[in-house]
Design a protein around this ligand. Sequence first.
Ligand SMILES: C[S@@+](CC[C@H](N)C(=O)[O-])C[C@H]1O[C@@H](n2cnc3c(N)ncnc32)[C@H](O)[C@@H]1O
Length: 799
Amino acid sequence: MPPNPRVVMAFRAMKELGIAEDAVKPVLKDLLRAYEKNWELIEEDNYRVLADAIFDQEDNKKVDQTKIPEINNVNNVVEDVRKPDEFRRTSKKFRLKYQDHAGEDLEGYSGGSSSKRSKNDNRGPPGTSDPQQHPEKVNSSKGKHHASSKSLVVRESCHLKEPKSEPGLDIYTQKEVPSTVTLIKPKDEPFTDDLNNKFSGPITVIPPEKRNVLQIPEPLSGNGKSRGDGLLTSSDDTGNQLASVSQVSCGSMDIASISIGDIQISMKCNYVGRPGFHTPNLDGVMKLVEDKCRSAYNVDSSFSVAKLMTDICNACVELGSGTASEPQKQDSQRGPVKAQEAFTGKVNEETVNAGIPADLGSLDFVASEFLREPVPLDVPTDSIHTDQIGAVCGDRSETDSGKGQDDEVPGVTSPLEAPSALVHQDQNGLINSDGENEKISSQGQNDVTSEIKIAADPADAPSGFLKATYDADDITKGQEKVKISLVNEVDSTPPPPFFYVPRNIIFQKAYVDVSLARIGDVDCCPDCDDDCLSAKIPCACALETGGEFAYTSDGLVKESILEECISMNRDPKKHCQFYCKDKECPIERSKSGDMVEPCKGHLVRKFIKECWSKCGCGRYCGNRLVQRGITRNLQVFMTPKGKGWGLRTLEDLPKGAFVCEYVGEILTNAELFERNMKNTLKHSYPVLLDADWASEKVLKDEEALCLDATTFGNVARFINHRCFDSNMVEIPVEVETPDRHYYRLAFFTTRDVAAMEELTWDYGIDFDDRKHPVKAFRCSCGSKFCRNMKRPRRRRIYT
Ligand SMILES: C[S@@+](CC[C@H](N)C(=O)[O-])C[C@H]1O[C@@H](n2cnc3c(N)ncnc32)[C@H](O)[C@@H]1O
């Protein structure tokens, strides 16, 4: 008998992961038995369940064989049990946001977190030339800060190795080193049931304890009788049983309403693993329900589920806003009776017409009263501070009128854009905002143009603040040189509410100094003209990249720089890591509480420095690439595999091409932490700006920055994660300030990318980090190096 092709495929998939047939066979057998030969479940996500189950079995064996080692032997133990592939899957740290590694988890010490190379690396400051060989203190020769020899430690950062104590330096004490049992055993990420929760865009959901979950009563049969077994049945006109939908039971109904505008009402149906289940077409579902209701409840032909949904929305709004009084709590019998009353066919026209479109066409109900458009702030451009902040604040020439005709370099001479009433400079040149005004200033983005603006706190915003309008033809609303369309060919998920901004915006406390006075002669090229790339001798702006410009004359990042940055992302342990002195890591410090955990490490990253305002070159200088903005044809699209929205290219991109910058609000880590405490979003959009912390002394809170693209962001907020072999890499770019608390983060392709390919980057996420304030998601990147291969789902099989 020829071998079952499905078995062959399963073996092949496991072989690609380096798993031998012998190891696969028994586990596959078990799985087939447990899943009653439902191959779809096993094949899903590139045989993830199978791989997880095999890893799990291996782990169990290893734990059985391995005695709990002494803490002092942790390195040996780890090295013993780790294989190269396993390392790859787990070595990347959560760079996307600040870390909060589990204290008992050695991953927390793996040093992969954010990362960077000191801007001084190329110039070879003492002690940093080979940090892996000679872990030493780092000194800064640039910027206003100078490294304190006591505050900084650069040392070898080897995955899963406990940092070694160095004389005179504060590092972890042994009691803080986690148990090796947890170190060697790969862990599961927190279980998030993405499959049961249809993706619904970044809305804020009220915390579970405040939720309004209604357990849907047992369904009635067609004649109003419960079958008593939780199975849904109904009758046709003649009293015959309609198709019995066995194995289905109603779960719960959940009103997840929110401070920022939308109300989300979700219904959960437990279909109890029906084989071959596929997500049905929503129109079809509505139609079937209407047909059933018409026969089961004697409703007339005007009955529509959409209207019923609208009524539910209205009831939510009325009760939620106090315009109707809350009914008495119903007893357990009341639910079904109420439900029956709802199906009278008499839709309350008044409420239907109360501003809520009858044709919702989506399972995301929208309570329109809460959805006010952002009020544009009418601020004249002449109100921008120019002199006090010491920066030239001309238009980007990208306002509505200028856009389209202007294909020149935007933003080159306009470092700051903000209404004067909203921005002040403190004695240090710190750009900051004033009181209440800041809350709305960012909405004025179309009225004044600039590089840096002040953003409002979405958490403090009035209801409806997040109801950003969008244009599917161009989500940038004309703010980029190219249009970026948005398509959803997968489902009816609406686009997420956010404000498109082409440049970073200061939220509130972040210290970003863009003053010209800070740019010294060594940081610019006033004597250049035209295109620096064509000059015989590279100018001062190339010093950062070893005396050679980072870009080729074709506008691509040079291979050597690209490869180094890729290597940093893929194998951070090979690169220089920086550890903040004990209790001084801004990330750890930002987490309130008495216990400040040890620094988890930051990669010292490679920087590109672009020419800027104090440079004599022209707008088309080849060393001004990222600041020119997006030029490629991109599209936001709904991914088919549960990752939500993603970004793809509509044109072939060569290796090393600049795609876009990561744009968002500039926050301090403390602000981000606070924000995260308030919000529970399905998707998260923060990125750390810690690429150069090694060159700083102890960072103040306002100097430890990150970008959050949740509410204000550009197209990069849609870029999904891919473990290890992503087709883009992020590179820090210095443009308007040599002060590297703040820099731009630019995405370049790591290889040739064909038109229509999804664009991805490796967030550096640590899927084992259970304590991180922003939950790691369930990765479905599809990479064979996926670090999130171990899935909690397997527990369902073996427990
Ligand atoms: C920066 S956002 C990317 C855009 C997002 N997909 C959306 O729809 O808005 C990051 C979030 O996208 C989702 N995501 C990104 N990469 C993913 C992956 N490989 N697998 C599953 N979810 C992913 C996660 O929810 C994550 O928190």
